[in-house]
Design a protein around this ligand. Structure first.
Ligand SMILES: [Zn+2]
Ligand SMILES: [Zn+2]
Length: 143
C-alpha cells in the first residue's frame, strides 16, 4: 500500500456501489473520477454516454458521478473540488449513515431504520416516496 492510500485525507478516485441487502444487485452508485481519469466501468458505457461525458466535463478536473435510486447526475456528472472528494471519502470510510442522510436526499439507497442499502427493484417507489422491503417509508426524490 502506498502512503497515499493509507491516508484518509488524500483525495482519490473511487466507486462506491453497495450491493442491495435484499437481492445483491447494485443500487445507488457514487463515483469520483480523478483528473485525467475515466469512469471505472467506462468499457460498459454506451457510445452516447461516453460522448456526453467527454463533451460536457472537463477531464482535467475531479468529477463526481451519482446514480441514485430515483434520480442522479447522468453520464455527465458534476465537477467536484479536491476538498469535496476528501469530505465524501470521510463520509464513506468508515461509512457514516447520518452524514450520508444529510448529504444525499436518497441516502445512497440506504433505508435509515434498516441501516441497509436497497436497489431500485427492492425499493417500492411511488411519487418520490419509497418503501423498503421491510415497509419503512421514506422520501427518495425531493422533486
Ligand atoms: Zn434489490
Ligand atoms: Zn427499512
Amino acid at each position: 500500500m502506498s502512503e497515499q492510500e493509507q491516508s484518509s485525507a488524500a483525495a482519490r478516485a473511487f466507486r462506491f456501489a453497495p450491493p442491495c441487502a435484499e437481492c445483491g444487485q447494485e443500487g445507488a452508485t457514487l463515483e469520483v473520477i480523478a483528473p485525467g481519469g475515466l469512469p471505472e466501468r467506462w468499457a460498459d458505457w454506451s457510445e452516447q454516454d461516453r460522448a456526453l461525458h467527454l463533451q460536457h466535463t472537463d477531464p482535467t478536473c475531479w468529477r463526481r458521478l451519482y446514480r441514485g435510486i430515483v434520480g442522479g447526475s447522468g453520464a455527465v456528472g458534476d465537477p467536484i473540488t479536491e476538498g469535496g472528494v476528501v469530505r465524501l471519502l470521510e463520509m464513506l470510510e468508515p461509512f457514516d449513515l447520518f452524514a450520508v442522510q444529510r448529504r444525499f436526499y436518497d441516502h445512497l439507497g440506504f433505508c435509515i431504520p434498516c441501516r441497509k442499502p436497497y436497489c431500485l427493484t427492492c425499493w417500492t417507489v411511488s411519487n418520490g416516496n419509497g418503501w423498503c422491503p421491510r415497509g419503512h417509508d421514506d422520501v427518495l426524490d425531493p422533486w
